[in-house]
Design a protein around this ligand. Structure first.
Ligand code: PEP
Ligand code: CO
Length: 452
């Protein structure tokens, strides 16, 4: 692999590069005013939390622990509500308890939360009633409502996004502090959906054992479980709207480099990872751990150059490679990719996103995913890593703690006709509460088969 020479970097050096997936703000003075305002607001997270996550990810890269990253495809400002946040934290904690219980290693929880407001789209415009309007690009950029006005990029939304992220994070921190004691009750686990499933007995025994363990921990020391949770819930989003991320990218006293203080981890989307593009330019200057989504189309050599650019010192825990090939092509794409990264000696965390390569539309044009396809990609990912002698250290999921009907299949047998019952997503279809728990259970099975 050829090395490239790096130019000097600043939080805004990306402005000199080609910016993809970000429509121009037409009111430039307003953008400048909002940018300055955002720069002056207090940080949402701290540099030591970011470094702590990076250390934990270094453990993942050496096979000692596991990364559970998940949440909405697109968070909406309106859904910044108590039940949505509570349910998301609850399902993430329950999934992580399943994984810890079954795998016997620490699990690091990273939500797609408190900032996941900007979306890449395949088309810049869509036609509604004969009129061409901007595509919806997430609440950080424009409004979902299908009118010309609502879809104009509006920089006031940068400030609103910051406030919504702050409110979400504030409540998450408070909930984690409280310890989520409810989880010691088996009835908080909704087991009925597994009743007709071949694994029901195993699942029931596991939930009973987890709730007993939580009760036991709490009886020894009331603060134990809560401390554990508090220490280990992190935030992440796709750093797509670079104005939002750059304005919150700062130096901190007595530390080298710049930190994106809007979130613990950020990732580069599959559509914005061009080596000479604005997003890569921004990403190469920050200290946060970063994810790289890799799916079609990609060249192994480009990804190697990208990893070298983002992590020239080969720091462990810095780069999470998130593969999202789809169940039909993973067998062909992943093995040579794993070998190339190993050949270069990059200490990456490997994570599997079984969602984005498996989306399809029903005959009624509803965007969905099939639980079996998602599971297929998970199974293939583990089998391939196992065969290559490599460690699959994480999963990246689009999921919610709510009882939505967006993905078909799973033990509860959701079918296409039922999708419209509670289809809420603003972008891609998410696993619902039950599908998420079931998948965690099946992921643990695959991991055990591969690494125990
Ligand atoms: C996403 O994670 O919501 C997303 C758009 O993913 P990708 O960049 O992998 O398509
Ligand atoms: Co998505």
């Amino acid at each position: 692999m050829e090395k490239t020479i790096q130019q000097s970097w600043s939080p805004v050096s990306w402005k000199e590069k080609t910016i993809k997936q970000l429509p121009a703000y037409t009111n430039v003075p307003k953008l400048e005013k909002n940018y300055k305002k955002l720069e002056s607001l207090p940080p949402l997270v701290t540099s030591w939390e970011i470094e702590a996550l990076k250390n934990k990810l270094a453990d993942v890269s050496s096979g000692k622990s596991f990364l559970l990253q998940g949440g909405d495809c697109a968070e909406s400002f309106e859904a910044t509500t108590s039940p949505k946040i509570v349910n998301m934290l609850k399902v993430m904690l329950q999934m992580s308890f399943i994984l810890i219980h079954e795998m016997g290693v620490p699990v690091h929880r990273v939500g797609r939360i408190a900032g996941q407001y900007a979306k890449p789209r395949s088309k810049d415009f869509e036609t509604i009633n004969g009129k061409e309007i901007h595509s919806y690009r997430g609440d950080l950029i424009n409004r979902f409502e299908a009118t010309k006005q609502a879809r104009m990029p509006d920089s006031d939304r940068l400030i609103e996004g910051y406030h919504k992220a702050g409110l979400t994070l504030n409540f998450l921190r408070a909930l984690a502090d409280e310890g989520f004691a409810d989880l010691r009750h088996p009835e908080q686990w909704e087991m009925d959906f597994m009743l007709n499933n071949e694994y029901y007995k195993e699942y029931e025994a596991m939930v009973n054992s987890i709730t007993k363990a939580v009760r036991f921990m709490e009886s020894i020391s009331p603060s134990r479980v809560s401390n554990l949770q508090k220490a280990d819930f992190y935030t992440s989003h796709e750093a797509l709207n670079l104005y939002y991320d750059a304005a919150q990218t700062r130096q901190v006293p007595r530390k080298k480099g710049y930190f994106n203080l809007s979130s613990h981890m950020v990732w580069l989307g599959n559509r914005t990872r061009d080596l000479d593009g604005a997003h890569v330019e921004y990403f190469r200057g920050i200290q946060n751990p970063v994810g790289i989504k890799v799916g079609h189309p990609f060249k192994v050599d480009d990804i190697l150059k990208l990893i070298e650019t983002l992590n020239p010192t080969h720091e462990a825990g810095k780069v999470v490679v998130i593969s999202r090939f789809g169940k039909n092509t993973i067998e062909e794409q992943l093995p040579p990719f794993i070998r190339a990264i190993r050949r270069e000696g990059f200490p990456v965390v490997w994570s599997a996103d079984p969602m984005h390569g498996n989306t399809f539309s029903t005959d009624n044009s509803i965007k969905t995913r099939n639980f079996d396809h998602i599971l297929d990609e998970i199974k293939s990912s583990f089998a391939i890593h196992r065969a290559e002698g490599s460690y699959l250290g994480g999963v990246h999921l689009e999921m919610t703690g709510d009882n939505v009907t967006e993905c078909v299949g799973g033990a509860e047998g959701l079918n296409e006709a039922e999708l419209s019952n509670n289809y809420e997503t603003f972008c891609d279809p998410r696993l619902n509460y039950q599908q998420s728990l079931e998948l965690a259970f099946l992921i643990a099975k695959e991991w055990k088969q591969s690494y125990l």
